[in-house]
Design a protein around this ligand. Structure first.
Ligand SMILES: Nc1ncnc2c1ncn2[C@@H]1O[C@H](COP(=O)(O)OP(=O)(O)OP(=O)(O)O)[C@@H](O)[C@H]1O
Ligand SMILES: [Mg+2]
Length: 782
């Protein structure tokens, strides 16, 4: 038989083999794609992070009934303790480690490979004959431990399949020339026009003029609201224009056929459809750590004769360089602000100084709630806009604020107003200059506003065409004023790199090569191996990986898994996450996700919220319905009730609109629940206070508050004195309030005010109670 007495010959084969499979040396000047951007490739054998490669488990052969051919051929069993000694000698040999390195095994892979190989040998009752013979030779002294190498290497390739396909993996993930990914765009001649200027300078206006005049066009905007606005305005001009967002398709033509024009969110850009004109708005977003890839894809991939980019001049250099790689012409048109804008020398100082047309910009919902309550207490109405409100609610609030006949003339908003909504703002007041942002690693950082952000938000004041032609910008607090002036006077730094994202095709090809790797692991390996040009960086795809890990255990085909992982999910909303997981599970079982099923999931119908907490629950239901709609456009058969879901989502939007009109009442009710020591944990919500149809699966409040985590309060811990029920009660109240501060529902200063109110109330109640106590002869709770 051919496998008898392989011995030394095998080692020679092994050496030859080591040369054949030696890994391609890294490209010296190339850059490696990393989560943090790009870094120079290391010039070692492992220019990638090998710890990302998770060994594929290998089965040991333990069927004692199998014929042990090796034993029959050699005539002797293997003494396991001796085999172990030989293996350990093999492991320690420097020559073997060097040979391993030449075959792509760095220290980590070599060690992992050895552990797995030793386990396999020691735990298998029956080894393949050639392995049995080779080990038997070594134990008898007629073989050398080096003879183990080819078998060891073969084992390593089984558990680390990438060792055999590194070249393919590198080719697939090579992202040094993303322009080449878009062959349809490369096949046509495109003219690029960059409308550059500050906010409110008519950039989008001019691009849209060209868009409306063209025979066909696509508008790619940063927000659903903007896409909606362009859709409406274009149709109002008599040019039929569809609307495409992740969750919505609206066809302008009655027969439901696509029109020549479409307005979409940038992620939804159709790069296969030819257009005469494309508009890519807010092109500076190409640097966004999370969403930048969508602008890069639109810029490089759109099939349009003319592409109009609108945005900050800071993006001109980068776009110029990117267009050099495509060989396309770039024309820059510069614009000046259409209205005056003054950075005031005085802060607002006090809410008493508020005037009609003022917009206070905050960076947390907690601040919004506090300020709107204070403004209302002064007898003034205010509109409220923050990011997680449904689009209809945001528009309704904007309309109320913009309406000259409406008494509501103050706006309290997050920087959600920084882009998009047309607002009649006279003066922007920064409540704070510290904005939480996500860095490339997906971590939250608290930092001063960047110059670009401050200009973008401040620039909302004095919108051209509104009754406040000249805008003003200031801060709430005196101590912030100089900082604001310093920030806006700094030059805006040029944008250096554009975001990228692995495509479905690339991930699919990776999965084909590494069938045992999880989706999240594939992404990590992809990012680690990919090389990018210095003009690009990989976008943060932690959210993608988060979803990938969440549904890894659910059987789905690769395409479906990829699509699910792209769903717009805020991972800080557990109710949304668990609903998503349930969608995936149903989908995997092949059971359509019906309207009735969703109603049961969300507890529909729901009642008018009475507290902020209940309002936020409704917001998270709105997001669940959004995800349903998003999935319904990708898997129509499995999410068949998009129409009905949209109907209840509209109803929900109205309900939220209604409750936001009464938001201060909600805040008051939340406070009174807080001060009566109720309604902190879900378990404590009396059934009657829950929205109608509320299910036992209702997420806890802290699970529902999204993006408003405030660092734990740093104030003295409240002591409770045993036996003193009044102090206990107060201590309990304080613990609850501390929890609310930690959860970001109220701010520390709001809490301090409430405390003063409690003190006052408890003093007066105390007096009253003393009297009552005397009367009733027992202690009373305040
Ligand atoms: N030439 C014009 N004639 C009439 N209206 C105009 C003109 N230019 C701009 N506008 C109006 O002025 C407002 C601001 O213009 P536009 O939205 O184009 O500004 P922008 O530079 O794109 O600002 P942003 O940074 O906010 O995107 C819009 O309502 C727009 O319709
Ligand atoms: Mg614009």
């Amino acid at each position: 038989m051919s496998f008898v007495r392989l011995g030394r010959a095998v080692v020679r084969v092994g050496n030859a083999y080591s040369l054949r499979t030696r890994l391609r040396p890294p490209v010296a000047s190339s850059l490696t794609w990393t989560q943090r951007g790009f870094s120079r490739s290391k010039s070692s054998t492992s220019d990638y992070d090998t710890t990302l490669f998770i060994p594929v488990p290998i089965k040991t052969v333990n069927n004692a009934d199998d014929i042990n051919v090796g034993f029959e051929l050699t005539g002797e069993p293997l003494e396991k303790s001796e085999v172990l000694k030989a293996l350990n000698r093999f492991y320690k040999r420097k020559e073997i480690q060097t040979l391993g390195a030449e075959n792509g095994l760095d220290n980590h892979l070599f060690h992992q490979g050895f552990l797995s190989f030793r386990k396999w040998i020691v735990e298998s009752d029956v080894l393949p004959p050639e392995v049995h013979i080779m080990l038997s030779d070594i134990l008898r002294g007629s073989g050398h431990v080096d003879d183990i190498f080819p078998y060891f290497m073969q084992h390593c390739k089984q558990i680390f399949p990438m060792l055999d396909c590194m070249d393919d993996l590198r080719k697939i993930s090579d992202s040094r020339d993303p322009a080449s990914w878009y062959s349809e765009a490369r096949a046509i001649h495109r003219k690029i026009v960059f409308h550059a200027g500050p906010t409110n300078s008519g950039k989008t206006y001019h691009a849209l003029e060209r868009f409306s005049q063209a025979k066909s066009g696509i508008y790619c905007g940063p927000l659903k609201l903007l896409a909606n606005e362009v859709h409406q305005k274009t149709n109002d001009r008599g040019v039929p224009c569809d609307l495409v967002t992740g969750e919505e398709r609206v066809y302008a033509r009655e027969d439901g056929q696509p029109s020549g024009h479409v307005s979409c969110t940038v992620e939804m850009t159709n790069i296969h459809q030819p257009y005469e004109v494309a508009v890519v708005d807010e092109i500076q977003m190409i640097k966004d750590p999370q969403r930048g890839w969508a602008w890069t894809r639109a810029l490089l991939g759109l099939c349009a004769e003319e592409i109009h980019l609108c945005g900050e001049p800071a993006a001109i250099d980068l776009v110029t360089e990117m267009m050099l790689s495509t060989g396309e012409e770039l024309e820059v048109r510069r614009y000046k602000r259409l209205t005056g804008l003054t950075y005031l020398k005085e802060p607002l100082g006090s809410l008493n100084n508020l005037r009609p047309g003022d917009a206070i910009v905050c960076f947390s919902k907690a601040d919004i709630f506090q300020l709107s309550r204070q403004i209302e207490a002064m007898g003034k109405e205010c509109a409220v806009i923050y990011g997680s409100l449904p689009p209809g609610t945001k528009l309704a609030q904007a309309k109320k604020f913009n309406n000259p006949d409406d008494p509501c003339k103050i706006l309290v908003a997050t920087d959600a107003i920084g882009m998009g909504i047309n607002l009649s703002i006279k003066r922007v007041i920064f409540n704070s200059l510290i904005k939480p942002t996500l860095n490339e690693k997906g971590e939250k950082e608290m930092d001063n506003l960047s110059t670009s952000q401050a200009l973008q938000i401040g620039g909302r004041a004095g919108r051209f065409g509104t009754h406040f032609q000249d805008g003003e910008v200031t801060t709430m607090h005196k101590e912030d004023l100089q900082t604001l002036h310093d920030i806006v006077q700094q030059p805006v730094e040029p944008i250096e790199a554009a975001g990228l994202h692995p495509t479905a095709e690339q991930v699919e090809m990776f999965a084909y090569q590494l069938p045992d790797a999880s989706m999240s692991n594939l992404i990590d390996i992809f990012i680690n191996l990919a090389q990018v040009d210095s003009r690009y960086f990989v976008c943060n795809i932690e959210d993608f990986k988060f979803l990938a890990d969440m549904i890894q255990h659910i059987p789905l085909n690769l395409r479906a898994r990829y699509v699910f992982c792209c769903a717009p999910i805020n991972k800080k909303q557990p109710f949304l996450c668990t609903s998503f997981l349930k969608f995936a599970r149903q989908f995997s079982r092949g059971e359509p996700i019906t309207f009735d099923w969703v109603c049961r999931l969300i507890g529909w119908p729901v009642a008018m919220p009475r507290t902020i907490r209940e309002l936020m629950y409704l917001e998270s239901i709105h997001d669940v319905l959004d995800v349903y709609l998003w999935l319904s456009y990708r898997f129509m058969d499995m999410f068949p009730d998009g129409g009905l879901i949209r109907m209840i989502q509209r109803e929900l939007d109205l309900l939220i609109q209604e409750s936001v009109y009464r938001i201060t009442r909600l805040i008051r009710q939340s406070e009174s629940q807080t001060s009566s020591g109720t309604s902190v944990s879900e378990d404590e919500i009396p059934r009657t206070r829950r929205p109608k149809g509320h299910m036992s699966g209702i997420p806890k409040f802290d699970e529902m508050v999204e993006g408003v985590k405030v660092s734990p309060a740093k104030h003295g811990a409240t002591k409770t004195i045993e036996g003193d029920s009044e102090t206990e009660e107060r201590g309990h109240k304080h613990r609850l309030s501390d929890k609310l501060v930690q959860e970001g529902v109220i701010t520390q200063s709001m809490l301090d005010k409430l405390r003063k109110e409690w003190e006052r109330q408890s003093d007066s109640d105390g007096n009253l109670n003393n009297k009552t106590r005397k009367k009733r002869g027992r202690k009373s709770k305040y």
